[in-house]
Design a protein around this ligand. Structure first.
Ligand SMILES: C[S@@+](CC[C@H](N)C(=O)[O-])C[C@H]1O[C@@H](n2cnc3c(N)ncnc32)[C@H](O)[C@@H]1O
Length: 248
């Protein structure tokens, strides 16, 4: 499978500056309030959350399927000590010790196009958590993919790159597809690079049931943008906090 972040990893943070911040701030504040000492970030991307929590003195682990994203994360974490970002699938990656907090933020789970992989990830997270540990998850909704993605078109220009973003919803497979067409000025000429990002979403009740099946009890479900109640025909991103039952 082609790495959808192969070309954009180096520009990911610049492109998304500020975007996933509410959930990341929530996770950081949650870690503070719950005395979290260790964390594993599944689908850690460029390692921003890992770096913030490591700088606060916590033990951090993380994995990402994209080699390019892992390289950026590894570079960011280098000054913070001996931290390894595993270039592994979050469905199977297991941190070396059970942790207090597991996270999977900013659409990472939406890249799992097969429902069985969402449930396999939940099982993996449950095994990676110590008893009473917490899992924070956010994901874009099927409403977002179906109703909002077809209208997404944008052009972003910087001095040495131009990005055209075109999204659609594949009704036959219920998958959101975004094409990111990069024009990058390199070595005296413009080069065009095309990335394809595919997202799937589960209904919130199926996510809650899947978590419960592996012993993760949902303690909070909110609209991640408003922090309010989830509205089936308006919520584009959901945040869930689940707690590992002691018997799990
Ligand atoms: C939108 S980025 C979010 C990154 C990070 N969680 C954040 O908050 O900035 C989605 C990330 O999920 C990663 N990803 C997608 N599928 C994955 C999988 N099966 N296992 C691990 N990482 C995956 C991608 O490589 C990408 O880095």
């Amino acid at each position: 499978m082609t790495d959808p972040y192969r070309d954009s990893a180096a520009r990911h943070d610049e492109l998304n500056a500020g975007l996933p911040t509410p959930t990341r701030l929530f996770a950081r504040d949650f870690a503070e309030r719950h005395g979290v000492e260790s964390i594993c970030d599944f689908g850690c991307g460029t390692g921003v959350l890992m770096a913030e929590l490591a700088a606060d003195g916590r033990t951090v682990f993380g994995c990402d399927l994209s080699e390019a994203m892992c390289s950026v994360a590894q570079e960011r974490l280098r000054p913070l000590g001996d931290i390894t970002v595993a270039n592994e699938n979050m469905v199977t990656y297991r941190p070396p010790v059970q942790v207090d907090l597991a996270t999977c933020l900013f659409d990472s789970i939406n890249y799992l196009l097969d429902t069985r992989d969402w449930f396999a990830l939940f099982g993996n997270v449950a095994k990676s958590l110590r008893p009473s540990g917490h899992f924070i998850l956010d994901f874009v909704t099927e409403y977002d993919l179906r109703e909002c993605w077809p209208a997404h078109r944008s052009v972003i220009e910087r001095e040495d790159w131009v990005l055209v973003r075109l999204s659609a919803f594949d009704v036959t497979r219920s998958v959101g597809v975004e094409h990111m067409i990069w024009h990058v000025f390199q070595e005296g000429q413009w080069k065009t690079l095309i990335e394809e990002h595919k997202h799937a979403a589960l209904a919130v009740q199926d996510v809650v049931r899947g978590l419960a099946d592996v012993g993760l009890r949902t303690v909070e479900v909110v609209d991640a943008d408003s922090n309010g109640v989830v509205e089936p025909d308006a919520t584009t991103r959901i945040r869930i906090v689940a707690r590992k039952e002691n018997h799990a």
